[in-house]
Design a protein around this ligand. Structure first.
Ligand code: GLY
Length: 351
């Protein structure tokens, strides 16, 4: 069964979620982009050998001409140099405004390919085909694109919504443990901030029992948030629950910890603090801790709190001398308050 979620951002687009959808990518893209002639597939050295041929075949069967740009897999490639090479590649293949990009891969490919599509000829359409759980539940939906710079992750980018997202959950079969945990952390986050029923279903093992339904619900929630605040001036900030401290852990560990593992600890650190400060109902921290640890995450970090506070200062979501703290009031309901940097250590310090 294919789940279809409509996202009301940009010109509006569908997210399709189900098994064995790769073979339908061409036909689905044709419906979304009826006038497009040529598609530049943007993918990496891990994903291309697995799914590249199937996707290009499907596109050609639907009448598209294709060309394929493959970059070395990994965060190290996520920079302006790779984007520059892809822009030149599209020029060499004479892509016009009638043409489009199709991104096949995880978050790195999606962010970079979307960014390139948003600036090539001042913007051409793009299609996302996420092949990781993280990209499926988070980065492929909502239109955040970008690259890392020497100064930090995702510091250069645009908001540019895709025209279609096709998520074949069969592609997750090839993921490693950390990649599954990257997506799982976002799923737990989404349920915790917005949907008590989904959180209960996760506690009962829904992610293993019915992953498509869980992914579809997460995409639906993300779509609602993005539709009401596409450019992140308000509500969309709630999607950063656990992320400020998670990013601080990643930075202090020199990216030797995966994103999901860092975000899981970030969610716990902030919830322990807001419980202590009386902002979070009692019993909530314990439920979050139990779900996070039973999902396979470590629940502590050896990074000293002083270092985390210092790293949090460089977070791009900080505002002047304060930082936004997204916190759980209860399961399924969250809020946003600011804490001054000079008070952050005491705020986070355990009792
Ligand atoms: N990953 C958070 C957002 O898309 O806003």
């Amino acid at each position: 069964m294919t789940n279809t979620i409509h996202i009301d951002a940009g010109s509006g687009y569908d997210v399709l979620i189900g098994r064995d959808l790769l073979a339908q990518v061409g036909e689905r893209t044709r419906r979304a982009l009826p006038k497009t002639a040529r598609i530049a597939v943007f993918t990496d050295t891990t994903v291309q050998p697995l799914y590249g041929d199937a996707v290009e075949r499907s596109l050609r069967e639907a009448g598209f001409e294709t060309c394929c740009f493959v970059f070395p897999a990994g965060e190290r490639s996520k920079n302006l140099a790779t984007v520059g090479r892809f822009l030149d590649f599209m020029s060499e293949h004479r892509l016009t405004r009638r043409d489009a990009v199709l991104v096949l891969g995880g978050g790195v490919a999606g962010d970079m390919g979307g960014f390139a599509a948003s600036i090539y000829l001042r913007g051409i359409p793009f299609v996302q085909v996420p092949t990781t759980l993280l990209a499926a539940v988070d980065s492929s939906v909502g239109g955040k694109t970008g690259v890392d710079t020497a100064y930090g992750k995702n510091l250069t980018g645009t908001f540019w919504q895709p025209s279609l997202v096709v998520c074949d959950t069969g592609t997750f079969d090839s993921l490693g443990v950390d990649q599954v945990l990257d997506g799982t952390a976002e799923i737990i986050k989404t349920a915790a901030i917005r949907d008590a029923d989904l959180f209960e279903r996760l506690e009962a093992g829904a992610l293993k029992a019915d992953p498509e339904a869980v992914i579809a619900r997460c995409v639906e929630i993300k779509g609602e948030v993005v539709a009401s605040d596409e450019k992140e001036s308000g509500l969309r900030r709630i999607l950063n629950f656990g992320h400020t401290l998670g990013h601080a852990i990643e930075l202090k560990k020199d990216y030797g910890i995966s994103h999901g593992r860092a975000v899981a600890i970030g969610m716990l650190l902030v919830t322990a603090a807001t419980r202590k400060n009386g902002w979070t109902e009692s019993g909530i921290y314990e439920r979050l801790l139990s779900l996070i640890s039973s999902s396979g995450f470590a629940v502590e970090t050896d990074v000293p709190l002083e270092d985390l506070c210092e790293a949090a200062r460089s977070d791009k979501k900080s505002e002047g001398d304060s930082i936004h703290i997204i916190y759980l009031q209860t399961i399924g309901s969250c809020a946003d308050r600011t804490v001054r940097f000079d008070a952050l250590y005491d705020f986070l310090k355990s009792e």
